[in-house]
Design a protein around this ligand. Structure first.
Ligand code: GLA
Length: 673
């Protein structure tokens, strides 16, 4: 018998409270020391739990029933997910009837679970899997139908779960009657402990109080994992915001004590496959629980391919149990490194921004010892290379290159890594030949031989090399640079188009490598002559710390169109751009414009809060900046000479104090061409 929750409790009093926040776009100065509250010494969840939970795909819909749960268990086996490590099949809210029976017992909804929960548990167990259930540390669960919660019924409900054969409890926070969280969650811990003593079946305990009471500081000896944020939803902004909240909590994670940034949305349709690969890579590098949140009965091959990538799962499940930490994060270029038990590092090169960017780091920066060369494994390509120490890639918009790098003495068995890049901005006016330069750089310790490069565009485009496309050999750090002339046919509509850069080469031992970089070119038009409001023009790219950039309203923090009239110091403006720091909006000006003007400031909608700084950039040069502005200040006029710029950027930074309440307005922003 495995005995659950046998550890004596240690007191956390007197421990220093670690810092756990840093500005979204800056690296933490220093990793804070973890809280010394010990994990539950019950041998459970020594690696982050893996499994399924129906919530993200069904909520309380009719699809959530015995047939679904059994179907998922079947697919875990037949699709190899069980073999990949997925184990728990978890039921979320709405499995019960709204009222307890005459004995105060919970009653499974007979429409969803006609044979009760024990029958489902038996089925799941017969597949060699485990069953999870849900209730709330309150009088009712979160659903408005008012299903019973366990507050005041902890021992009886825990016993009922244990009797059914439940292996995992997610314990939510709704309707908690203001009772102290630590007390509520600890009572259930003790109830589960008592119940599983009787049945001999240990129960993983998942605390779901949304990070409200900083459970990372006190819950290591209460539960095995704790939600750190509010609920995830199936969109890029939600995933990104949760990532940024969960990353700084790395010091608190370890075997049996995990930060839980919520369940996976992979496969639910609200993000692109590139974004889902980032989501899965980032959750793995953060040693997050991997709870599949899509209905696998309807999932595509691409979804299965993401969820059962065993090399990525191995990052998540590494027995050392470290959560990855931020090595650097500027301009949306994130380097996150996770120390692995074998001494290697898993390294995510994550591009938060809306355009491809080069993201670079080094073996030393991610914490590897000095060595002549390293083995670099690409965990999505499933290929190994050698590197002399530089780790760099052009990462597509919203994409992640996930690597595992080791100071492995057998590095020379692998071909050299190469970095592909394209200089010059892939911005084209239709019918105008545009010069671009590609580079293929040897990052390896060994030379790349017989190098050739190609660039291809969409059908109908002309792509011609204007210099050599081959090199007999490239030594460490050397590049093959090739000039290209690219023309989109006359009449090509504005928008994004795919270009593909490809390099072929051989290692000294004759191994052949083909390296492919998908790129995006934008077909653009020049802004009209005269003075235009920037909010009436198309931008090239736009990012905002919360919610999208808004035209002619302030930033409402979440959905498009949720802002208010732009208001600074009591003055209302009909035109302008509303953003939340950190923000970066770029416009194509095609060397034909001269001036940008605006009245800038912090929007009044946040009362006295918010401090930001505004900058205008002309290509790589900052041509105007305001310094830090507060909500108490009236609008400040800014004006910048942008003569000769190909692209201009309107940038808002957080003023150096984090981006809380940083609603920034570019009121009456104009461009004169
Ligand atoms: C809360 C939780 C979610 C989900 C729902 C169910 O919102 O945070 O994960 O369990 O309740 O009602």
């Amino acid at each position: 018998m495995v005995e659950a929750f046998t550890a004596g409790l240690l007191c956390a009093a007197g421990l220093a409270t670690p810092a756990h926040a840093f500005p979204a776009h800056a690296a933490p100065a220093q990793t804070p020391a973890a809280s010394a509250v010990p994990a539950l010494a019950d041998g459970l969840a020594l690696t982050p739990p893996m499994g399924f939970n129906n919530w993200n795909s069904t909520h309380c819909g009719a699809d959530f029933n015995e047939t679904m749960v059994k179907g998922i268990a079947d697919l875990f086996v037949t699709k190899g997910l069980k073999e990949a490590g997925y184990q728990y099949v978890n039921l979320d809210d709405c499995w019960a009837l709204p009222h307890r029976d005459a004995d105060g017992k919970l009653v499974p909804d007979p429409a969803r679970f006609p044979n009760g929960i024990k029958a489902v548990a038996d089925y799941v167990h017969s597949k060699g899997l485990k069953l999870g259930i849900y209730t709330s540390a309150g009088t009712k669960t979160c659903n408005s139908a008012g299903f019973p919660g366990a507050l005041g019924h902890e021992y009886s409900d825990a016993q009922q779960f244990a009797d059914w054969g439940v292996d995992y409890l997610k314990y939510d926070n709704c309707n908690n009657q203001g009772v102290d969280a630590k007390q509520r969650y600890t009572t259930m811990r003790d109830a589960l402990k008592a119940a599983s003593r009787k049945t001999g079946r240990p129960i993983v305990y998942s605390i779901c109080e949304w990070g409200e009471n900083k459970p990372w500081e006190w819950a290591a000896d209460v539960g095995h994992l704790w939600r750190t944020t509010g609920d995830i939803s199936d969109n890029w902004g939600s995933m990104l915001s949760i990532l940024k909240q969960n990353l700084p909590l790395a010091p608190y994670a370890g075997p049996g004590r995990w930060n839980d940034p919520d369940m996976l949305e992979v496969g639910n349709g609200g993000m692109t496959d590139t974004e889902y690969r980032s989501h899965f890579s980032l959750w793995s590098v953060m040693a997050a629980p991997l709870l599949i949140g899509t209905d696998l009965r309807k999932a595509s091959q691409v979804t299965f391919g993401i969820l059962d990538n065993k090399e990525v799962i191995a990052v998540d499940q590494d027995p050392l149990g470290k959560q990855g930490t931020v090595v650097s994060a500027t301009g949306g270029r994130w380097v996150i490194a996770k120390e692995m038990k074998d001494g290697s590092r898993a390294v995510a090169l994550f591009n938060e921004s809306g355009a491809a960017q080069r993201i670079a780091t080094s073996a030393a920066a991610v914490g590897l010892p000095d060595a002549p060369a390293y083995t670099l494994r690409d965990l999505w390509q499933h290929r190994s290379y050698n590197t002399a120490g530089t780790v760099a890639a052009t990462v597509p918009a919203h994409g992640t290159v996930l690597l595992r790098i080791s100071a492995d003495p057998h590095w020379a068995a692998n071909p050299p890594a190469t970095e592909l890049g394209l200089d010059g901005s892939p911005l084209l006016e239709a019918a105008a030949p545009t010069p671009l330069t590609s580079t293929v750089t040897d990052l390896g310790r060994t030379p790349a031989r017989g190098v050739s490069v190609s660039l291809t565009g969409p059908e109908g485009w002309t792509v011609r090399p204007a210099s050599g496309t081959t090199a007999t050999g490239l030594a460490t750090g050397r590049s093959l640079r090739t000039a290209w002339s690219v023309t989109a046919p006359a009449g090509t509509p504005t928008g994004s188009y795919g270009l593909t850069l490809q390099a072929h080469y051989r290692s000294p031992a004759g191994q052949r490598v083909t390296s492919t970089l998908p790129l995006t070119a934008s077909v653009v038009v020049r802004p009209p002559a005269g003075t235009s409001y920037l909010s009436d023009l198309n931008w090239l790219s736009a990012t905002s710390g919360w919610g999208p950039v808004e035209r002619d309203t302030s930033n409402g923090e979440s959905a498009a169109g949720d802002g208010h009239p732009i208001t600074i110091g009591g003055t209302v403006y009909a035109k302008g751009l509303g953003v939340h720091a950190p923000s970066d909006i770029s416009f194509y000006t095609g060397k034909s414009c001269r001036k940008v003007t605006a009245d800038v400031g912090v929007d009044d909608e946040k009362g006295t809060k918010g401090t930001v700084a505004f900058e205008i950039w002309a290509d790589g040069t900052k041509v105007a900046s305001t310094g830090v502005l507060t909500n108490a200040m009236p609008a400040q006029p800014v004006s910048a000479d942008v003569t000769g710029a190909q692209v201009i950027r309107l940038v808002v930074t957080d003023g150096g104090d984090g981006n809380d309440s940083d609603h920034a307005d570019w009121a009456n922003a104009t461009l004169t061409c």
